[in-house]
Design a protein around this ligand. Structure first.
Ligand code: SAM
Ligand code: SF4
Length: 321
C-alpha cells in the first residue's frame, strides 16, 4: 500500500505525526491512585469540545495526514453518544481505537464492534483486594473488567491489556500475564509516570523485565501490536508481553503522536506539554484553511524528546494518557 506522507503533520525532525489521541472527557468512575485524585473537580460540559467540533477537527486532521484516532479520557465510555462518535470517525476513513477501564465496555461492544479497529483495556490486578486498593472501586467490579476483556476478544476485536506497574501490583506481574494468556491477548506493562502530588514509588523496568525473564523467559519479538512505543516479547509459555518505559533513552525517537485534551488543547508531548488552544480556534471566525495553517505551524514545535524530565504538569485523566 502506498502511504502518502503529508508534510503538514510532519515535525521538524521528519517524524510523521499520523496518530491522534483524542481525549473526550476528564470524567471517570474510577480513581486510580496513579492517575487522578478522588476529590478532583471535572470540567463543565461547555469546556469540552462538542461532537460537532470534534467532527470538524478530525476532518481537518485527516486532510493533514492523520490516519489513526484513539479515543481516550478520563473514561471515554462515560460520555454519552461515544458509540456515535466512533462510528463517525470510522466513516471518515480513520483507523479507530479505544482506551478504556473496561468497567461498562461489555454492554457497548455490540454497537462498537463494526467501527472499532482495536481496544486497550486497563487492568491493574487479577486480585480483588489489590484491584480495590488501586482503582478505588469495589472489588466486585474487577470481574466486569475481566468479562469485558474476554468479550472483546471473543468478538474478534484486536484487544490488549494495559497495566500500570506500581509497588502495589509489582509482585502480581506473572498472575496478570497468565490471565492475559488464558484469553489470549497481549498484555503491556506501563511504567508509572509521576503526576503532580500523586507521587508513587517507581518500579524500575529493567528489574521488572529481568524478573519476568527469570521466571518465564523473554524473547524479543519483531512484531508490533499497535502504533505505540511498546517493545514486545514472547515468554517461554507463549504469552505476549509488552513494556512501555518512558525512561528508556530511545522512547521518543519514533514518536508519531499528537494529543487533543478534553478541554480542546492540541498537545505536542505527553510530558513536556506545549499546547495550542484549538477549541478557541474552532469557536472563532477562522475558516478551515486558517485553522489548519495554525495547527501545522504549531506541530513543527514538537520537541524531539522529553529528556530526563518525567513528571506531568497535569493529571493523566486531564490529558488522556
Ligand atoms: N480510563 C481509561 C483507562 O484507564 O484505560 C483511559 C484513560 S487513562 C488516563 C489512559 C492510560 O493512561 C491508561 O492505560 C492508564 O493506565 C494510563 N495512566 C494513567 N495514569 C498513569 C501514570 N501516572 N503513569 C503511566 N500511565 C498512566
Ligand atoms: Fe480513570 Fe483511566 Fe485514570 Fe483509572 S487510569 S482513574 S480508569 S482515567
Amino acid at each position: 500500500m502506498l502511504i502518502v506522507i503529508n508534510e503538514k503533520l510532519t515535525d521538524s525532525y521528519g517524524r510523521s505525526l499520523y496518530y491522534l489521541r483524542l481525549s473526550i472527557t476528564d470524567r471517570c468512575q474510577f480513581s486510580c491512585s496513579y492517575c487522578r485524585s478522588e476529590g478532583m473537580e471535572f470540567l463543565p460540559k461547555e469546556e469540552l469540545l462538542s461532537y460537532e467540533e470534534i467532527k470538524r477537527l478530525t476532518k481537518l486532521f485527516k486532510s493533514m495526514g492523520t490516519r489513526k484516532v484513539r479515543i481516550t479520557g478520563g473514561e471515554p465510555l462515560v460520555r454519552q453518544g461515544v458509540e456515535r462518535l466512533v462510528s463517525m470517525l470510522h466513516e471518515l476513513g480513520l483507523r479507530t481505537a479505544l482506551t478504556t477501564n473496561g468497567f461498562v465496555l461489555k454492554k457497548f461492544l455490540p454497537e462498537l464492534k463494526d467501527s472499532l479497529d482495536s481496544i486497550n483495556i486497563s487492568l491493574d490486578s487479577v486480585h480483588a483486594e489489590t484491584f480495590e486498593k488501586i482503582s478505588g472501586m469495589p472489588r466486585a467490579f474487577m470481574r466486569s473488567v475481566m468479562d469485558s476483556i474476554i468479550a472483546s476478544e471473543k468478538m474478534r476485536i484486536k484487544t490488549k491489556i494495559n497495566t500500570v506497574v506500581i509497588k502495589e501490583n509489582a509482585y502480581e506481574i506473572n498472575d496478570l500475564i497468565d490471565f492475559a494468556k488464558s484469553i489470549p491477548v497481549p498484555i503491556r506493562f506501563i511504567e508509572y509516570m509521576k503526576v503532580g502530588e500523586n507521587e508513587k514509588e517507581p518500579v524500575f523496568f529493567d528489574a521488572l523485565k529481568e524478573k519476568v525473564a527469570k521466571s518465564k523467559g523473554l524473547i524479543k519479538m519483531n512484531e508490533k501490536f499497535g502504533d505505540g512505543p511498546a517493545e514486545y516479547y514472547k515468554t517461554g509459555d507463549g504469552s505476549v508481553v509488552g513494556f512501555i518505559s518512558y525512561s528508556q533513552p530511545h522512547f521518543c525517537d519514533k514518536c508519531n503522536r499528537l494529543r487533543i485534551t478534553p478541554d480542546g488543547m492540541l498537545r505536542l508531548c505527553l510530558i513536556l506539554g506545549g499546547e495550542l488552544n484549538v477549541k478557541e480556534l474552532l469557536r472563532s471566525d477562522l475558516n478551515d484553511e486558517e485553522i489548519k495553517d495554525k495547527m501545522a505551524n504549531f506541530v513543527k514545535l514538537k520537541p524531539f524528546s522529553h529528556g530526563t524530565y518525567r513528571a506531568l504538569g497535569k493529571k493523566m485523566n486531564s490529558i488522556g494518557g
